[in-house]
Design a protein around this ligand. Structure first.
Ligand code: PSU
Ligand code: MN
Length: 306
């Protein structure tokens, strides 16, 4: 037993024991990031993409106070249907949910924590949380950034969500020593869109190069995470003007309605989706697929190094 509160799915445990590639996936993107039933459909497709690319998927969540590294399809359906009724579990919620025996959807932060507990080194998602616009006043900075600073998991995403303050998010990551890599580009992608006009730290062009960079990070003993930003494929990228005006409107409504704290991100994602008539959801789904594929290939390349 690795940990009193952790359940590792048997298939995932077997793969890890044999040194095979495993990719973690989060559950907040299912429960709070997308509407039902597209969320469950996306989650199941993501697992299939991971398998098709030679790795074992481990969707992470909290069920009845158990930290689950590898949810069953029934558990994914359950969290997807429950949606925002399930607790959005960040680092500060873990102990209480375990003690009370409750359910929780894991964010990037808690997915990294549980993946690391189980021995999983790669994690694919959509976009990480970051420094919110207006954080100079609100102090709203996602716990995802702090977790990247401390937990040695490679997170493959499409950049920080465009609803954030991207320049400040990069500053924060720099302060905390988190490497930000662009895949096939030196430019930081902007989640729904390809371009942000900002620079990543380094460009890597193949899964093998990414695996080598992460291996070096681990061997040096830096004990921190690493952020791979993978641009959304051009055919699925959203129109920049449409997205930016939808984001501005959603931010205005958020301020008018006094939405704060953990409710900010789910609110903004849902409003942007409604305002764009679902275009942003379509982009969101496809960028996750693209990240799942890269994460699986990188995990496979890493497993060959050892
Ligand atoms: N990326 C998505 N959709 C999401 C999220 C990320 O494409 O719903 C979630 C992740 O779980 C991330 C969280 O950790 O939003 C960030 O929330 P906050 O800004 O409250 O830290
Ligand atoms: Mn926040």
């Amino acid at each position: 037993m690795l940990n009193k509160y952790l359940d590792v799915n048997p298939e995932v445990a077997q793969a890890l024991k044999e040194g095979k590639a495993v990719v973690a996936l989060e559950s907040t993107i299912i429960s709070h990031g997308m509407p039902y039933p597209q969320n469950v459909e996306t989650a199941m497709n993501v697992e299939k993409i991971i398998r098709d690319n030679g790795a074992v998927p481990a969707t992470i969540g909290i069920i009845g106070g158990r930290l689950k590294a590898g949810l069953t399809p029934e558990e994914i359906e359950y969290l997807g249907k429950a949606g925002t009724k399930v607790a959005k579990a960040s680092r500060r919620d873990l102990a209480a949910l375990c003690a009370k025996g409750e359910d929780g959807a894991t964010t990037v932060t808690t997915t990294m924590i549980i993946a690391h507990m189980a021995g999983i080194k790669f994690f694919a998602t959509g976009g990480i949380g970051g420094v919110h616009r207006g954080a100079q006043q609100t102090f709203d900075i996602s716990a995802d950034l702090e977790e990247l600073a401390h937990t040695p998991v490679m997170v493959i995403c499409a950049g920080a969500k465009a609803i954030l303050d991207l320049p400040l998010t990069l500053e924060y990551l720099e302060t905390h020593g988190v490497p930000v890599y662009g895949f096939g580009t030196k430019e930081l992608p902007a989640f729904y869109c390809i371009h942000s006009g900002l620079q990543a730290d380094y460009e890597f062009d193949t899964p093998e190069e990414l695996a080598k960079a992460f291996d070096a990070q681990n061997e040096i003993g830096l004990n921190s995470g690493c952020l791979v930003t993978n641009p959304i494929p051009a055919e699925y990228a959203a129109d920049e003007k449409e997205i930016n005006s939808a984001i501005d409107q959603a931010l205005k409504e958020m301020n008018e309605q006094g939405i704060k704290g953990k409710f900010v991100t789910p609110f903004l994602l849902a409003r942007v989706k409604d305002i764009t008539g679902g275009d942003s959801l379509d982009a969101n789904i496809h960028l996750v697929y693209n990240n799942a594929q890269l994460a699986a290939k990188t995990a496979v390349a890493y497993s060959k190094l050892h």
